[in-house]
Ligand binder design. Sequence first.
Ligand code: PLP
Length: 383
Amino acid sequence: MMRRFPLEKFQNLDTPFYFYDMALLESTIKTIKRLIKDKPYHIHYAVKANGNPTIMKAIAAHGLGADLVSGGEIQAAINAGFKPEKMVYSGVGKTDREINLGLEHNIFCFNVESIPELSVISDLALKRGVVANVSIRVNPDIDAHTHRYITTGTAENKFGISVEMLVDAVKTAKRLPNIRLRGLHFHVGSQLTSMKPYAMLCDSVNGLLDYFDRLGISFEMINVGGGLGIDYDKPDVIPIADFEHFFDTFARNLKLRKNQQLHFELGRSIVAQCGSLIARVIYVKENRDKKFVIVDAGMTDLIRPALYQAHHVIQNLSAGGPGVETYDVVGPICESSDVFGVNEVLPVCHRGDFIALRSAGAYGESMASAYNMRPLPKAYFQK
Ligand SMILES: *Cc1c(COP(=O)(O)O)cnc(C)c1O
C-alpha cells in the first residue's frame, strides 16, 4: 500500500517543501515508550537529525531528552521545551562559549571526547562555581560496515577517546575538582540495520565495566548512543524502525550493574520515516540514451544522495495512466552529484507532476543549504 498524500492541499504550495506525517511521529515515539516502560532506559533525541521547531516540540512533549552537538542546538532544544536535566552534549570541538551555555543550564551530561576538553570544562566550571556532569566518550573501535562517512566508532576516526587512553581520562576526570564523572558514552555509527555491531558494543562495555570494577571505579550510567537504521526501500511497509530488536539486544547482552541507567541517543530512527520531500517536475528531457526528470528540489534540500550515495524511494504522486518509463531523476543544482535516482522506473512523468522523495525526515531539512542562493525549503505538517 502506497501512502496517500493530500494533493489538493499541495496545489497552492510552492515546491519544494518538506511534508511531515505527525501521526507517524507520534506512533513511533509511543512504540519506543512502550518498549522501555519497565526498563532503566532513557532516550535522548538527536536533534541534528531534524531541528525543525514543530518536530522538536512534538518530541519534547513526550518527555524525551535531547542529544545535542552545538550551542545552537542547546538553545533550540531549550526553546522547544526539552528539559536541561535530560540533555546530553557531544562533539569533538566544543568551544568555551558552548560549554558555558551547557554549564549555565546545568545539562545532564557533557559527552567529553578528549583529555584537553576535560580540563577546559573543569576550568570553566570552576570559574562559575559549579560542577560539570560528564561522561567520557569511548571509541570502541567497532566497524559497523556502514558508509565511511557515517562510521564513527573505528580507531582511525576523530570521535571519542581510544580504549588505551581511557583509564587516563577516567582518572583525570575523577581528580578534577569541578567534574562529576557520571559514566561512559559510546556511539558506533549510523543507519545500522544489523544488531551485530550493537551486540559487539555490549561485549566491549561488559569488558570495560569488569575492568573498572577491579579498579574500584563504578559508573551511574552508560550511554550507548544511537544509529538504529530504518528501511529506506520500504517506507510504507516498515514505517517504524525495529526498536524491539534493538532494545532487546541491549537487554540480553549488556550486563548493567545494580541501579545503573542506560541511555540512548536516537535520531534517524525517530524522525526519518515521518518526512517526505515534495517537489514538482520542471522538465522532462530526452538525451540520446536517457530520459531525465528534472525536479525543482535539489541536493540543497536533500543532500544524502549526493553526500552518502543514499537512495530515497521516489514516487510520482500525480501519475495518471498505466504506462511507466525509465528516468534519471535529477535536481537543478550546478553539480553532477545532484542526482536523486538513476534508472528509476516511474509512471510517465509530465511537467508539473508532484514527486515525493520518501524517508526524508532525518538529515534532510536539517542539512539543507542555500548553495546557488536557493531559499531553504519550507515545512508543512499533517496532524
Ligand atoms: C548523530 C549522533 C547520534 C544519532 O545518530 P542516528 O543515526 O541519527 O540515530 C547519536 N549520538 C551521537 C554522538 C551522534 O553524533
